[in-house]
Design a protein around this ligand. Structure first.
Ligand SMILES: Cc1ncc(COP(=O)(O)O)c(C=O)c1O
Length: 396
């Protein structure tokens, strides 16, 4: 049966990982796959998470299914983190939400829900955006359009072009926005730009679809929620896909949240039933472990404080790696100013070099990252930064 299907090209990121594994150069550097790494190059289990696992081992008495919406404590804790303690929409009972299998699961079920809302639904995504957005949203049958976002020449956001394109949207259109730490560019909207986006959404009536996978990795847990909270509190409807993969380090536990802010609490009931029915048609119940861990951490003041300081540590480390790389590039005689990397946020940045230069640095110096020039900042460390800078300078 399956011979009728075409052979697909290997996934570029997975192909890159395989090439990295096979490379015998002991000085090879991996800046490809998007996982946080510590100074030793490991993706550790966070201490707060390890403690929560001990608690859960003792507390868990059954492996029966959890409810279709997931752990209620997890949902409540995550909504407070995203929307704030005094959120008006939470108080007004206007938020439907389910625990989802990762941020990907959340993106997919929200897309399926949107597809139920009408024919020819259109989602506008930034150019560029995270590559997985396209299959996750497209597989639900939604049409994808792009709005200009990042300009490699000026090494920053082309906000005027973004807004000019979004002015063409109308009621019924959906606009995907990265809550913080834009993947792949690391270039985030300023608070003033979020204010402009809100005004445009109020004027045009488009529905913001916010994907937030790196809360706390930009400027801080509260600071990074500015755009989410602004839109959530001031628009009738907003949808949010959140991930705990990075900021709780729960990659393999597939822990995410799909939230729908509705105009009234009566519509919230409809949305809650519909999103659960979407999930039922795909995977029924979410996995338990990750959500149960986040629930334990967010409900316990001392564990929550410990988790917050671990997130701060990861963020500060990535910021100092950015500074270190910029300095090393200058020290090694780079013919360009890379200080734009210091203004960018989170785990990723575009180096803004050509695909030919990316391939050259890979083949000659065993430095691995995707052709778009997106690098995982967390893959840099004290040991490899000098070699990395020299390798980059040699191809500039
Ligand atoms: C922008 C963005 N959204 C969502 C996700 C989903 O993450 P996960 O499904 O691992 O929770 C990621 C992961 O890399 C991401 O970069």
């Amino acid at each position: 049966m399956f011979e009728v299907l075409p052979q697909l090209a290997p996934d570029p990121i997975l192909g890159l990982s395989a090439a990295y594994r096979e490379d015998t150069n002991s000085a090879k550097i991996d800046l490809g796959v998007g996982v946080y790494k510590d100074e030793q190059g490991n993706t550790p289990i966070m201490t707060s998470v390890a403690k929560a696992q001990q608690i859960l081992l003792e507390r868990e008495t059954t492996k029966t299914y959890i409810t279709p919406q997931g752990h209620q404590g997890y949902i409540d804790g995550m909504l407070e983190l995203l929307l704030g303690k005094n959120s008006k929409v939470l108080m007004a009972d206007r938020v439907a939400a389910v625990q989802a299998p990762g941020g990907c699961g959340a993106l997919r079920i929200l897309s399926e829900l949107l597809a139920r809302c009408g024919d020819n639904m259109k989602v506008w995504v930034s150019d560029p955006t995270w590559a997985n957005h396209i299959p996750l949203i497209g597989s639900a049958g939604l049409t994808i359009e792009t709005y200009p976002y990042f300009d490699k020449k000026s090494e920053g956001i082309n906000f005027d072009a973004m807004m000019d394109t979004l002015k063409q949207t109308g009621k019924g259109d959906i606009v995907l926005l990265h809550g913080c730490c834009h993947n792949p560019t690391g270039a985030d909207l300023t608070n003033a730009q979020w204010d402009e986006v809100l005004k445009l959404a109020q004027e045009k009536g488009f529905l913001p679809f916010i994907d937030v996978a790196y809360l706390g990795f930009g400027d801080g847990l509260e600071e990074d929620a500015y755009g989410i909270r602004l839109l959530a509190e001031n628009l009738p409807e907003v949808i949010i896909a959140a991930s705990c993969s990075k900021n709780f380090g729960l990659y393999r536990e597939r822990t995410g949240l799909a939230a729908i802010i509705t105009e009234t609490s009566a519509t919230k009931k409809i949305a809650q039933g519909q999103i659960q029915s979407v999930a039922r048609g795909i995977y029924s119940m979410p996995p338990s472990w990750g959500g149960a861990l986040v629930d334990i951490i967010l409900a316990d003041n001392s564990l929550k404080t410990e988790w917050m300081s671990e997130v701060n540590e990861m963020r500060n480390r990535m910021q100092s790696l950015r500074t270190m790389l910029v300095e090393k590039l200058a020290e090694n005689g780079a013919n360009r100013d890379f200080s734009f990397l210091n203004t960018q946020k989170g785990m990723f940045s575009f180096l803004c070099i050509s695909p030919e230069q990316v391939r050259e640095v890979r083949s000659k110096h065993s430095v691995y990252f995707v052709d778009s020039s997106r690098v995982n900042i967390a893959g840099i460390n004290q040991q490899n930064v000098d070699a990395l800078a020299k390798a980059l300078v040699s191809v500039l």
